[in-house]
Design a protein around this ligand. Structure first.
Ligand SMILES: Cc1cc2nc3c(=O)[nH]c(=O)nc-3n(C[C@H](O)[C@H](O)[C@H](O)COP(=O)(O)O)c2cc1C
Length: 161
């Protein structure tokens, strides 16, 4: 979400649809003002990550972490870490879904990784919602869960800067 909060200022990225290569630890960014040598969709994602005022990460749990398409984005944030700049403060939110019933550490990998990204872009984790057991839902429109997600989303929108 960008400054005005108007609908047209909400940018949605579906990670599976993006063309984003893997960080190769070439250190080009460290020596080149934080620029990445790989030219792909990450440039526009980086612009959104650093310039937004609200960031919402929505992800399923894969092997107690995140899907590879999202992890590729996290890893490519190395250029923000290697060449730190001061960005405007922003709010961050995580909405995560796990197929298994709740177990120890089910969502921890996601939070551990994004802790670093949020620090690099000057974002504060403001709220999160983790929903386990999604694989056993009888249908996708489970009312209680739907309401929980709707409330979570409304709060994000109402708390925008
Ligand atoms: C490759 C893969 C790995 C998964 N690993 C986990 C896991 O470690 N823990 C868990 O709770 N669910 C796991 N799941 C289940 C997903 O978190 C669950 O199905 C999720 O709701 C999928 O979200 P989606 O319907 O948006 O794709 C895994 C699913 C896949 C496909």
């Amino acid at each position: 979400m960008h400054k005005t909060g108007a609908a047209e200022d909400i940018v949605i990225y579906r990670t599976a649809d993006l063309n984003i290569g893997y960080c190769k630890a070439c250190d080009y960014c460290e020596k080149n003002n934080g620029e990445c040598i790989i030219e792909d969709d990450m440039q526009k994602v980086l612009l959104s990550l650093t310039e937004c005022d609200t960031l919402v990460v929505i992800t399923p749990v894969y092997f107690s972490a995140m899907p590879a398409s999202l992890k590729a984005i996290v890893d490519r944030c190395q250029c923000l870490y290697a060449y730190p700049k001061q960005y405007a403060p922003k709010k961050a939110y995580i909405l995560a879904f796990g197929g298994s019933s709740l177990y120890d550490g089910q969502f921890e990998g996601i939070f551990a990784s994004f802790k670093h990204v949020f620090k690099d872009i000057n974002a504060t984790l403001t709220d999160s919602l983790c929903i386990p057991d999604t694989d056993s839902f009888m249908n996708e429109t489970d009312d209680i869960i739907r309401e929980e997600i709707a409330d979570f989303s409304k709060n994000i929108y109402n708390n925008r800067q």
